[in-house]
Design a protein around this ligand. Structure first.
Ligand SMILES: [Zn+2]
Length: 87
């Protein structure tokens, strides 16, 4: 369960709260009881998808490029996905 950081724009109170992903964001400040709480994004929760990083991780999980889609098959040994490349 991710931990979200909240800050009250009314009194400046700062707090964290563990919530399920589907839970509604907290709006009411536990200190001043005003609906001025905002959720702080990107600090400490470790739950942020970082565009390129997410792509790279996903790509590494996949298999090597299919031989039929490799443009350097049989010509360049640098392509490890080619069946004709030496190992
Ligand atoms: Zn407050």
């Amino acid at each position: 369960m991710p931990t979200y950081e909240y800050e009250c724009k009314g009194c400046g109170f700062h707090f964290e709260k563990s919530q399920s992903i589907t839970a509604e964001p907290i709006k009411t400040c536990p200190e001043c009881k005003k609906n001025k709480v905002v959720r702080l994004i990107g600090s400490g929760s470790g739950f942020i998808f970082k565009g390129s990083g997410f792509y790279a991780t996903d790509y590494r999980k996949g298999s090597a490029p299919a031989p039929s889609s490799c443009p350097s098959a049989g010509s360049k040994p640098s392509c490890s996905g080619c069946p004709g490349s030496p190992k």
